[in-house]
Design a protein around this ligand. Structure first.
Ligand code: BJW
Ligand code: ZN
Length: 254
């Protein structure tokens, strides 16, 4: 990408960020792709072999919990080698230089927190949480605590499940309510690295647009919300977000 490519849209986006009272950003698996974590629906994605129904539904867990755990324990192991990339770091920097910033993520990988983002809403849970389906006890695992053993509840002995949201399950009530409030009240909505096909997350961009927000999309591929975008960057987030963040930071400090 040449330095001048997308310069007008970068300048426009930075202007909007600098003057906004509230910035909301919805992220998806694409923001972690440059950390080496597969997306879901990409050519090499988790679901490329059509495994969503086998692994990401409560029915799959009821049918074959060992198989489902094998997938999630493998993903925990994968994450121990991964770090936030420049896209994650840029979003954390943007948060520090705007009045109010709400990061709504569909990702369960914890990389936004590791990058330094603070006001994070996790719509689809967190891969590092074990939850007991019998007594609701939750245990937060850490990278140091990664294991190949399926966890059982210390309180009641039941097999735990991963603390993520599967298809057909309700999103955590507080998370989706707060995310919808943020989308409805923000001045600028950034939609980064999501195919925008999974509901209700995908509709947040529509909520924001309907309430007058300036919509920015960062995604190499077009999505069902691309037509809403006032500025669209068809580029990897790790390339474009640092340019936006650097420009915002130098404006704030000059
Ligand atoms: C880059 C890049 C780079 C690449 N830089 N970009 C209304 C209509 C129809 C159906 C429904 C509806 N409302 C609800 C439903 C049912 C269902 C749903 O949405 N189905 C649709 C698929 C049709 N939703 C649910 O079941 C939700 N629950 C719910 O709504 O409850 C009430 C209800 C139930 C049933 C009926 C009606 C109401 C729960 C959804 C839970 C989603 N869970 C998962 C798994 C989480 C655990 C795990 O990690 O294993 O969440 S599925 C998976 O998809 C994961 C993701 O968070 C989610 C979104 O994926 P994402 O992030 O968009 O990733 P990709 O791979 O799809 O896209 C990556 C993008 O990045 C691409 O666009 C690339 O181009 C881009 N990219 N590299 C920037 N470097
Ligand atoms: Zn229990």
């Amino acid at each position: 990408m040449s330095p001048t490519e997308h310069a007008d849209d970068i300048a426009l986006t930075v202007d909007r960020l600098a003057s906004a009272d509230h910035v909301c950003c919805l992220t998806g698996a694409g923001v972690s792709a440059e950390s080496g974590i597969p997306t879901f629906r990409g050519a090499d994605g988790f679901w490329a072999g059509g495994r969503a129904q086998d692994l990401a539904t409560p029915e799959a867990f009821a049918r074959d919990p060992e198989k489902v755990w094998e997938f999630y324990l493998w993903r925990r192991g994968l994450l121990t080698e991964k770090k936030p990339n420049p896209g994650h770091l840029a979003l954390a920097a943007i948060e520090q230089h705007v009045r109010r910033f709400t990061l709504v993520t569909q990702n369960v990988d914890d990389l936004h927190r590791l990058a330094g983002s603070r006001n994070i809403i996790e719509l689809h849970g967190n891969l590092w949480i074990d939850r007991c389906p019998a007594c609701s006890r939750e245990v937060h695992r850490s990278i140091e605590d990664v294991s190949n053993q399926i966890p059982h509840c210390d309180s009641c002995g039941a097999m735990m499940r991963p603390g993520v949201v599967w298809f057909g399950e309700l999103l955590p009530a507080e998370a989706i309510t707060t995310a919808q409030e943020a989308a409805s009240s923000c001045d600028i909505m950034m939609v980064v690295g999501t195919a925008a096909v999974v509901q209700p997350a995908a509709s947040l961009a529509n909520w924001a647009k309907a309430n007058g927000a300036f919509v920015v999309e960062v995604n190499p591929e077009a999505t069902p919300v691309s037509h809403l975008a006032d500025a669209r960057f068809p580029l990897p987030s790790g390339q474009i977000l640092p340019q936006i963040a650097d420009s915002l930071v130098s404006r704030a400090t000059s």
